[in-house]
Design a protein around this ligand. Structure first.
Ligand SMILES: [Mn+2]
Length: 325
């Protein structure tokens, strides 16, 4: 795959860029955006970041200068027709949320930089590297390719993205490339324990209460191999905790002995019902997600449901049954 040739062609064709990432932005998308904006500016391009959803407060350390513009219906970008878009950390342009409709009709072109599976038709012409641990890892490698040394801010942003998406260097796509890049970022002054504390030891009481509510919905299926939990709008209203903080609890059941699959049926206030699936080993949930119009990796995937909570729950359990026959 000629990732760098694709990227060069796109960079040669445009001078003004809007960078965006998926809805409910996570440290990987945010870190990649901050570092990539710096790179674009260092090579003489104009770059701004526009996200549909605000940065969760616990991840605001990734954007210390408040560079990220949050989309709203009244936003006005001068000469919007002169801009081209970079979509980071999702292979689906319309996954960037509300900003999608505003941008898609106005901008010149779109280029995807991502590591999720499911964008097969886009791999040829974009920078989609599914074996990368994170989009931040890809951006770090792009900086290396251009011979650009990241500032401390960009180094910290990339490190945060890598830590988040690798679960502190332990998920399967953690590779020598990941560690070499992380070593470079630490050499530039990033303090690993500080980033760990920011991401993992920074929970609010509201978030802890939401976790308690979610755990109380736990259902055990297939002889203890699959756990299903729910995250409902009512829980969010009751605890006042953000949706994104509830989503991450999907990983908790995988710490139980014998559990190989965790399913979360979730819905933000006013949002659609969504399904997230996490598995261990060879259980490929990307297949299920893609068949339902979503995407992801073998062991971590999801999709938006067309049905209500209970129908969705039954349908997903039915789909997952293929693993436990
Ligand atoms: Mn990612």
């Amino acid at each position: 795959m000629d990732y760098f040739a694709n990227l060069k062609k796109y960079l040669d064709a445009h001078d003004n860029f809007i960078i965006s990432t998926h809805e409910s932005p996570d440290p990987d998308g945010l870190g990649a955006e901050i570092a990539f904006k710096e790179l674009l500016q260092k090579i003489g391009k104009q770059a701004i970041i526009i996200n549909s959803d605000p940065t969760p407060s616990k991840f605001s350390f990734i954007d210390p200068d408040n560079e990220i513009i949050i989309f709203n219906e009244n936003i006005k970008i001068d000469n919007i027709n002169n801009f081209a878009v970079f979509v980071l950390d999702t292979n689906d342009f319309d996954n960037i949320g509300k900003a999608y409709h505003y941008l898609k009709d106005s901008i010149q072109d779109v280029f995807i930089i991502d590591h999720h599976e499911g964008g097969t038709d886009k791999i040829k012409s974009n920078f989609i590297k599914v074996e990368a641990s994170s989009t931040s890892e890809i951006i770090g490698n792009i900086l290396q390719h251009f011979g650009v040394i990241p500032s401390f801010k960009a180094a910290q942003a990339l490190y945060a993205g890598i830590v988040f998406d690798t679960g502190c260097f332990k998920y399967p796509k953690t590779s020598p490339v990941t560690f070499v890049l992380a070593a470079q970022l630490v050499t530039l002054g990033v303090r690993p324990y500080e980033i760990y504390q920011q991401i993992y030891e920074n929970n609010s009481l509201e978030v802890f209460r939401l976790r308690a509510l979610m755990l109380s919905t736990m259902e055990v299926h297939y002889g203890g191999k699959l756990i299903l939990m729910k995250l409902t709008p009512d829980m969010l209203k009751e605890t006042n905790a953000p949706f994104s903080e509830g989503e991450v609890n999907i990983n908790l059941p995988l710490s139980i002995q014998g559990v190989v699959a965790s399913v979360l049926i979730k819905q933000d206030i006013g949002g659609p019902v969504k399904v997230s699936m996490r598995t261990k080993g060879d259980l490929d949930v990307a297949e299920i997600a893609i068949a339902n119009g979503g995407g992801g990796h073998k062991n971590a995937a999801g999709f938006k449901s067309l049905y209500d909570f209970e129908t969705t729950r039954l349908k997903v359990l039915e789909e997952m049954s293929r693993f436990f026959k």
